[in-house]
Write a protein that binds this ligand. Sequence first.
Ligand SMILES: Nc1nc2c(ncn2[C@@H]2O[C@H](COP(=O)(O)OP(=O)(O)OP(=O)(O)O)[C@@H](O)[C@H]2O)c(=O)[nH]1
Ligand SMILES: [Mg+2]
Ligand SMILES: [Zn+2]
Length: 294
Amino acid sequence: MDVPGRITRAVAGFYYVQTQDGAVRKCRARGVFKKRGISPLVGDHVLMELHGVDEGVVTEVKPRHSELIRPPIANVDQALLVFSLADPPLSFYQVDKMLAMIESYSLRALLGFTKVDLPESAGLFEKVRAIYEPMGYETVALSVRAGIGSRRVTELLAGRTTVLAGQSGVGKSTILGVLLPDEDAVTGEVGERSRRGRHTTRHVQLYPYAGGYVADTPGFSQFDFDAMEPVQLTSLFRDIAAVANGCAFRGCLHDQATGCAVLQAVSKGRIDQSRYGSYRQLLAELKDAKARRY
Ligand SMILES: Nc1nc2c(ncn2[C@@H]2O[C@H](COP(=O)(O)OP(=O)(O)OP(=O)(O)O)[C@@H](O)[C@H]2O)c(=O)[nH]1
Ligand SMILES: [Mg+2]
Ligand SMILES: [Zn+2]
């Protein structure tokens, strides 16, 4: 009888499937998948035939409730977006762009701000929290060095499948190293060193954690907005979407008309200036991309 499990890693045609007892088996996928155009993904819930003590064959992939393309990973519930408040310095534009991306995937977004121990970050966390919490985003201050935030992260990750995302050097692997102290792989396996002399994460891998799973994911920030229509952007900014309904102009991009409800909300301080600035910058990028398409 075939046994249920979850793919936690995929390398060179092999799938590592973890069963409920925690054991991991190295599997091939049954040939018929290729013919049917199905390619198993990390995160897939599968059935496998057991071969020997630690091998198997994936025989069935269960329907997915979500599927990311970059990174390729299935059945994710939420993303912990990681930003550093200093070194590298915080970019509000990056925060807003990543948030828009996660909204476009319809995933829950959690915001983690690292390196609160560095003096350059003083006061900055309070500022970001004041912007993002009223919109309904969980906002957590983190410092591995000062031992801040990891308990809250554990609560937020419990029982769910979470991807960590964020630019290189913000501290994603460092957080995982604290959550998963026994997994040498988290900071060790990563192998290749980036130009700045640090370990850089290369593979997508799910680690069981707090009754759920967590993944460190390379390359998330390469999301490509190019295929999106400019008018779709509003719905990815919660604060802007909340007032955009009241805008009297049909098809308004909320970037120029006097009398536009969004512009009014910005001038009254009901929408944060930096959020609106990010919206305008992304909108300009989408318009450029569209112009290049035709
Ligand atoms: N001061 C301070 N430094 C930190 C903190 N968290 C991480 N760092 C440092 O920041 C650097 C980058 O951390 P990583 O965890 O490798 O960053 P990453 O996000 O995994 O980077 P990539 O794998 O390249 O995407 C390391 O030198 C860490 O020691 C923190 O809370 N405070
Ligand atoms: Mg890393
Ligand atoms: Zn408008």
